[in-house]
Design a protein around this ligand. Structure first.
Ligand SMILES: [Fe+2]
Ligand SMILES: [Fe+2]
Length: 284
């Protein structure tokens, strides 16, 4: 085994997030067009993307030995699946509002087509799980950034701030499940890195493509404030996404990387405890 398991994940609670999306939300709920359409692009990826994460964990679970020492991991995996399933459901409702606003979700076609292609080539389930490990690291990095830099959502409507922070808190909470399962199954360092490089490249390309398409439908693609928003939010020396994400994204390359290494449960748990009116526990 090339990867280490550090078992200090919190117990995973299944939560129903309480929000009324049926009445819609403002077209530029994040204040400016660029940020709104970037977040909307990410939302478009979640129903198909998180289903792929669920499937990869579900396909690998039977490979765990029947030993009782894996019972806690099996339970966490079931709760991980339930958390991701609730994320899918909320983002399907979110995305229905985006469709009413005239946006078109291309990501929901790209993901199943790609998965079908890899499955047809006979890619091993552990490599699908390694890809989930990669995406879970990216979502955990984004979640950490949202808690470390509250200004990232300051301009957003209160409901949308809560929605993104709820999703972020659970991404932070279950950040190590896929990694721990991969490690328990003897997943190799080399495959973890190959899948990560592939996933990061694809994610960067598809996020850019879906955001540009959203801005096109929003009729804000060729506006100067959109270009300014991209430059400011991407490359500001201390606040730019590409600048602040670089170091935590590179940590994944370390041989002794673990999703909880130098990370704390505190920011996500603090938000959850301060916002209990926003969610209902369904079980753990
Ligand atoms: Fe999620
Ligand atoms: Fe996740």
């Amino acid at each position: 085994m090339n990867t280490s398991t550090i078992d200090h994940s919190p117990d995973l609670t299944i939560r129903k997030f309480l929000i009324n999306l049926e009445d819609g939300f403002p077209r530029h709920w994040h204040g400016d067009a660029f940020q709104t359409q970037l977040y909307n692009a990410l939302s478009f990826s979640f129903p198909a993307g998180e289903q792929a994460f669920i499937d990869s964990v579900r396909d690998c679970l039977p490979m765990l030995p029947a030993d009782a020492k894996y019972d806690a991991l099996r339970t966490s995996a079931k709760n991980f699946i339930a958390q991701e399933a609730t994320h899918r459901r909320i983002h399907e409702r979110y995305n229905a509002v985006l469709a009413q606003q005239g946006l078109v979700n291309h990501w929901q076609d790209w993901i199943p087509k790609r998965l079908a292609k890899f499955k047809a080539k006979g890619v091993h389930p552990l490599n699908f799980l390694a890809t989930t490990v990669a995406y879970e690291h990216m979502t955990a990095v984004l979640a950490d950034l949202m808690f470390e830099n509250p200004w990232m959502l300051d301009q957003a409507t209160p409901d949308m701030q809560a929605l993104w922070r709820w999703h972020s808190s659970e991404e932070s909470e279950h950040r190590s499940l896929a990694f721990d399962l991969y490690a328990a199954l003897g997943g190799k360092y080399r495959n973890r890195i190959v899948c990560y490089v592939h996933a990061v490249t694809l994610f960067a390309y598809e996020t850019t493509a879906q955001t540009v398409i959203n801005l096109w439908h929003d009729k804000t693609l060729f506006k100067l404030p959109t270009l300014w928003g991209f430059l400011k939010h991407g490359f500001h020396p201390t606040r730019g996404m590409f600048i602040v994400m670089f170091k935590p994204m590179c940590e994944f390359f370390s041989r002794d990387f673990h999703p909880w290494k130098n990370r704390s449960q505190a920011p996500a748990q603090h938000w959850l405890s301060q916002n209990q009116a926003r969610w209902q526990a369904l079980g753990a």
